[in-house]
Write a protein that binds this ligand. Structure first.
Ligand code: HPA
Ligand code: ZN
Length: 356
């Protein structure tokens, strides 16, 4: 990895009062976003009507009222029900465009989107409808909003490795449309090593490798994601704090963590935002990033995550805001030129805020 630039000197002249402007205006990358988790209740109902799908909720309000989660599984049950309205290529395109518009308003200039093909192919939706619909939105978002993006295909870890292999095989005709693979869904009882062979095949194919680990699961899952799957980033990873030697290893290898503060509070990983360990991870020297996970379900998009985090943690100031945004470009899978453009745009925003 090439070295990162130091923080811009203007950062020292930026008073804490400018923090809200800095958070809103700083260009950022979003690296942990399940596109199916961006389906707002209004769009779920609109697509249900368009596609003649019946929902077990009487109204948008009734659906929203069900978003009181106690853990990851209680969320996943509703998240998969919401995704059942997605049938056609246009549905995937409309969903992703709605996300891109919202992300652009939050200063996102690059997004790496997770998608869960098994959630759709199990209902008879074709792989082509999923990937081509998302790809159409990506092209439109680049054209109309100036957002660059990439897709990461996630395997559902509650299903078998055999099912993951079949999913990979079915996606290969669209190999050029996705840059990497990930691992999501119910974590406990489904360790990363359950998927060692399919990830080995993905590495041979030149795919980027990430995995959810250490959200609800133990630090041991972070270790096997690193050593067995050989991931390039850990999604969540917050439970590494329970294993100081693991934190040291993550710092040494500069493995980024894509952290999702509002998600962690909504899914009861932490009782309150004040209890979130992100400041601790950052001061340990980890390459931490801030992301929204499933924004339609967890009470906010990426800027809401930054705001909630900084509001709850007075030790976080402009320096940490800059660091988190810089980390998002460092941790992204863009090439060095795009990364440097992101960092330069970030420095320019810091300088303009410091001088007006
Ligand atoms: N964790 C695991 N699987 C998921 C999540 C998550 O936060 N969101 C969507 N699938
Ligand atoms: Zn996630």
């Amino acid at each position: 990895m090439t070295t990162m630039p130091p923080p811009p000197a203007a950062l020292q002249r930026l008073p804490r009062e400018r923090l809200p402007d800095l958070l809103a205006r700083m260009p950022k990358a979003e690296l942990h976003l399940h596109i199916e988790g961006s389906l707002e209740p209004e769009l779920i109902f609109a697509l249900a009507q368009r596609n003649g799908v019946s929902l077990p909720y009487a109204s948008v309000q009734a659906l929203r009222a069900a978003y009181a989660f106690t853990d990851l599984q209680s969320f996943l049950d509703i998240y998969y029900a919401g995704a059942s309205v997605l049938l056609h290529e246009a549905d995937f395109c409309d969903m992703a465009m709605a996300y891109f518009r919202r992300a652009a308003a939050d200063g996102v200039v690059h997004a790496e989107l997770f998608f869960d093909p098994q959630t759709h192919t199990a209902r008879g939706v074709s792989m082509g409808a999923v990937i081509e619909g998302l790809a159409r939105a990506q092209a439109q978002a680049q054209r109309e909003l100036g957002i660059s993006s990439a897709l990461i295909l996630c395997f559902l870890r509650h299903l078998s490795e055999e099912d993951a292999f079949a999913t990979l095989q079915a996606a290969l005709p669209w190999r050029a449309q996705f840059i990497g693979v990930g691992l999501d869904s119910s974590e406990r009882g489904h360790p990363p090593e359950k998927f060692s062979r399919v990830f080995a095949r993905c590495r041979e194919l030149g795919l980027r490798i990430v995995a959810h680990a250490g959200e609800e699961g133990p630090p041991a899952y972070i270790r096997t994601a690193l050593d067995d799957l050989r991931v390039q980033r850990i999604d969540h990873g917050v439970r590494c704090v329970d294993d100081p030697a693991l934190v040291t290893e993550l710092v040494r290898r500069r493995v980024p963590l894509t952290v999702c503060p509002l998600s962690n509070v909504k899914l009861c990983v932490y009782r309150r935002m004040e209890d979130h360990v992100l400041p601790q991870l950052l001061s340990a020297g980890l390459c931490v990033t801030v992301n929204s996970d499933d924004p339609a379900y967890f009470g906010g998009y990426v800027l809401d995550n930054y705001r909630a985090l900084f509001a709850a943690h007075p030790t976080l100031g402009p320096r940490e805001a800059w660091q988190l945004a810089a980390n998002s470009f460092e941790a992204s899978f863009v090439d060095a030129a795009a990364r440097d453009r992101g960092l330069a745009a970030l420095a320019a925003v810091v300088e303009s805020l410091a001088s007006d």
